[in-house]
Design a binder for this molecule. Structure first.
Ligand code: IMP
Length: 430
């Protein structure tokens, strides 16, 4: 069986967690390759809602190995709490089924302080970050002043690194941002303890994946956020600070490009976005409110209301191109039940011209107005539907039209919040 990547094709929150959870059943290893606890995957299982922030969704299946690749950033306190919460809910989490790359970068208290202070200073120009320190920790990684898990678990190395970094970071915090400073002893004592607790989970993820590939094991690479939040291909600067697209897999886990065979693009039947930045098919008023309420569009991480609008095929075709999407998992189709008409954005009108390509410039995108194709809606509830043929005719037409506009087949359609509320149109990898 192939090695598969699951990516979000929109601005995150497409419902990747459940799709990953389903595919996880068919593979041996599940790997996260980027992002940190800015992500929040909600999985409803046995009537219980579980939110995963760092941990790959494979952790919910006892017989799978879950890995956190070097491209991920971890907040050790939150990660340890997440592990404890899962154990309390009866899931097994141990160094046998969870391996964290020695190369992951660690989110430190000053990263969170910098993130929040910067957003406050930016006022109307803020990005609307999750406030988890994600931008600052990736900055430190690329600025070569980061602290890796392999540093954290070694008290001497950690002490040296932290001293050097804090000298500079405290100057920045106090003189530029007017906050801090951060106390060395406090952070050192607290984080050394985290290092001790995480040490048993630390391993060489790239080597484990290499050996697994050579022994014909199957791997699922799990993306967080979405393509339009990707640091390179998203709506910069209103993006997260990692490569959320499939391109992030190789650098975020240490596998070779030839190891990736298949890419599932998780696409919500409408669009949502949290935080600031352009969103051409955004709705306001009654439609937005209805999508938000029906879809439960409130952030799993921050609880913020998500902005809502119609499906945007211009953006979707762009996501197909930059990720190499093989098939869709179309999620939350049930949320569109009850609309007299449903809309699909098929082009943009921008400064008097019609455009079909997602613009490279965020400024241009800000001036784009959606051009819609309107389709008749359906009133029936979808949650009990077991296959495509049982769908209302107009719901079938919606799916077929998305396939026609994009040229990408749909593998799976989700029709309700529970793990079992979905049906497949065709076999995965067919
Ligand atoms: P950061 O990742 O916290 O720096 O936030 C940057 C932008 O990405 C903000 O608009 C966030 O709302 C958005 N963002 C980050 N993680 C997620 C996610 O998991 N789902 C949706 N939006 C996210």
């Amino acid at each position: 069986m192939p090695n598969v990547v699951v990516v979000g094709t929109q601005w995150g929150d497409e419902g990747k967690g459940r799709v990953v959870d389903l595919i996880a059943e068919k593979v041996d290893l599940v790997v996260r390759y980027q992002g940190g606890n800015n992500a929040g995957h909600t999985i409803v299982t046995n009537g219980k809602s579980i939110v995963l922030h760092h941990l790959p969704s494979g952790i919910l299946r006892d017989d799978k190995v879950s890995l956190i690749g070097n491209g991920v950033v971890i907040d050790p306190k939150i990660l340890l709490e997440e592990i404890e919460a899962l154990k309390k809910s009866g899931y097994s989490v141990s160094p046998d089924n969870l391996i964290i790359s020695d190369k992951v970068h660690v989110i430190m208290p000053y990263h969170k302080m910098i993130d929040i202070s910067r957003e406050n200073l930016a006022g109307n120009n803020k990005i609307g970050t999750t406030g988890r320190g994600i931008g600052p920790v990736y900055e430190d990684k690329y600025g070569r002043r980061g602290i890796k898990l392999s540093d954290l678990v070694n008290p001497d190395t950690f002490s040296k690194r932290l001293k050097t970094v804090l000298n500079e970071r405290n100057l920045y915090l106090t003189k530029v941002l007017g906050s801090g400073p951060v106390d060395f002893d406090e952070v050192y004592n607290e984080y050394t303890q985290y290092g001790k607790e995480l040490k048993p989970y630390m391993g060489d993820v790239s080597k484990i994946l290499f050996d697994s590939i050579n022994s014909d094991k199957d791997i699922l690479f799990e993306g967080a956020q979405g393509t339009l939040l990707d640091i390179d291909f998203g709506t910069y600067p209103y993006v997260t600070s990692s490569n959320a697209g499939s391109g992030g897999v190789c650098v975020g886990t240490g596998v070779a490009p030839k190891s990736i065979d298949y890419v599932v693009g998780v696409t919500k039947a409408y669009t949502t976005r949290v935080g600031e930045g352009p969103f051409p098919s955004e709705e306001t008023g009654e439609i937005e409110q209805r999508l938000r309420e029906e879809g439960g569009e409130y952030g799993a991480t921050t609880g913020r209301s998500r902005r809502c609008g119609w499906l945007d095929v211009v953006a979707l075709k762009y996501a197909i191109r930059v990720n190499g999407i093989s098939a869709f998992a179309l999620t939350k189709l049930d949320v569109l039940s009850g609309f007299d008409t449903v809309k699909i954005c098929t082009a943009y009108k921008c400064n008097g011209s019609l455009i079909n390509e997602f613009p490279g410039s965020t400024e241009v995108l800000e001036n784009c107005k959606p051009v819609y194709e309107e389709m008749d809606g359906w009133s029936e509830e979808l949650t009990d539907i077991k296959d495509f043929d049982e769908l209302p005719e107009n719901a079938k037409k919606f799916i077929l039209r998305v396939e026609e506009l994009t040229g990408v087949p749909t593998w799976l359609v989700s029709i309700g919040p529970s793990r079992e509320m979905y049906f497949e149109l065709r076999e995965l990898y067919s």
